[in-house]
Design a protein around this ligand. Sequence first.
Ligand code: IMP
Length: 521
Amino acid sequence: MNKLKEETVEYRMEQFLRANFGNEFLHNKKVIAISCNQFGDTGKGKFVSLFSKWADIIARVTGGDNAGHTIIFEGVEYVLHLIPCGITDPDKINIIGTGTVIYPRALLQEIIFLKSKGFSCDNLRISLKANVILPSHVVLDRLGESQAGKERIGSTGKGIQPCYTDHVARRGLTMNDLLNPEVFRRKLKKALDYHTMIIAGLGGYEAAREIMKCDHLENGKFIGRDELFNFEAIVQSYLQYGKELRGIIEDTDAFMRHSLGKKNILLEGAQGYLLSIDYGTYPFVTSSDCSPAGMAKGAGLKESDIDVSFGIIKGFYMTRVGKGSFPTEMGDKSSEMWCNEGGDREKEKSMFIGSTLNDTNSFAQGVVLRRLAGEYGATTGRPRRTGWLDLSLLRYALDGGANQIILTKLDVLTGMNIIKVCHSYEYAGPDFNYGDIVLTKGDIIEKAIVLPEVLDHCTPLYKEFPGWTEDIRNVKHFSDLPENLINILKYVFKNVPATPRIISVGPGPDDTVFVLPFDLN
Ligand code: IMP
C-alpha cells in the first residue's frame, strides 16, 4: 500500500528542517555534519543515509577501514567501512576526503562488493592527498598491540595509527603516489626501510612474518625472502590498485571548496568525539581528529563552513570498543576484561539465558543489553562494552559544537524497569594536578576531565528514572512517545547545553521521530 505523502520519512524530514532551521535552509545550499558525541558506533549510518537524500555530495572525511557503518537500504543491511553511505543513490557524489587513510585493497573490495549488489560507484571520488595504508602499517599496528601488554589500546589492527604517524613524520605515501610509479617506489623504499628498522628493534621479525600470513595481507604475498618485506610485490600490487582507481583519484579539497554554496554537502563522521586524537580520552583514542573541526578539515573545508552540526548519542546508554576508561560501564572491570580478552558473540549466546534487562547483576545486565542491541563491532566483531548514559562526558563532548542531538536505539531499552543517568562524578582518587586546579577526593565533577588518571577514579552519580513498557517502534510523533521516556529526555536536555532534534526508535529509516519546536514546550 502506498503511503500518504505526509507519512513518508522524506516529507517528515523536510518539514523538520524547515521548522527548526527555517525556510531559508531548504532554499540555499548548506553543509551538514553528522558526528558522534560518544565513543562511536552510535548509528551514524542510518542518519547519514537519511540525510544523503537531502545532500548532493556526501563526504567521508576521517579515519579508515577501522570504521564500520551499518545502513539499511530497501530492507537489506549493508556494512560499509570506507565508502560514504550516499553510494546507494547513483545521483549523489561520494567523496573519500583528504583526512582519511586508505588501504586500497579494502577500498577496491568494497567497490567490487557494492557493484555486485547493483550499486554504481561511478560517482565516487578519492582525495589525491589521502594517505595510503601499506602492509607494513598493518604489521606495525598488530605487532605494537601484541607487544604492548597492559598498555594495549585495543586497536582494530587495520594499520591506522602507523599510517597517520608516518603522515605526521613526513614519511607518508598519498593516493596520488599510486599514479606515479617512480615517486611511489622512492617513497615506499624510505617507508619500508624505516618500518623494517622499527620491527627489528622490537625483535619482531618472526612475529611480523606470521602477521603477514593473514588474509587481510594477502596470505603472505608481501613476505620478503632476504628482506622482511617483498618490495617488488608491494610495488606491483599498489601500482595495480593505482591503475584500477585512476580516474577517481582527484583534488577533492578543491572540489569541495568549489561546491560550497552551490551544492548541499553532508560530512559523514567516523568513530566519535571521545575517540578523537585531539579531544578524546587520550591515549585510548584513534589517530584521527573525528571532531566536527577535524571533519571539516578532513574535507578540505573550514569548521565555520558547517551550517548544522548534528551529534549522535545512544538513547540513554553508551558503548565503547577496546580499552580505555568508561566510568558508567555495566559490570565495571569484569565487563572490560570479558569484552577485551576473549568474550565474543558466540560465547554470549549461551550466557545468562533467561536474564533480562532488569537483571540485578550489572555484568549480566550489560550482556543482555549488548545482545538485544546487537552491540558487536561492525569491523572487528568484538563485544562492545555497555554502560549508562554519562552526562559528564556528554557535556565535555558538546564543547566540540555538535549540539543538535540525534538519539538512537531508544527501542532497545523498552521493558527496562529502572533507567540510570549519570549526571556527574565524585572524584575518589589521590590529589591530582589538572593545570592550576588540584583535584581532591570528594570533589564533584560536572564536566568530565578526559584523562585516564582522573576518569578511572571517578564514581558516577546517578539519577534513576522509571522506564517504559510501550512498544515505540512505530511511533512517528514526539507526543506519542511514552511519558516516562519524555521525562528522561527532558531531564537530560535540562542538564546539557544541547537540543534534541531526532529520536530513532528502530533501525529502519521510517522508525524516526523528528522533534518539532513545539514538542519541547
Ligand atoms: P584504531 O583506530 O584501529 O587505531 O583503534 C584505536 C581505538 O579506537 C580502539 O579502542 C578501537 O576500538 C577504537 N575504534 C576505532 N574505530 C572505531 C569505530 O569505528 N568504532 C568504535 N571504536 C573504534
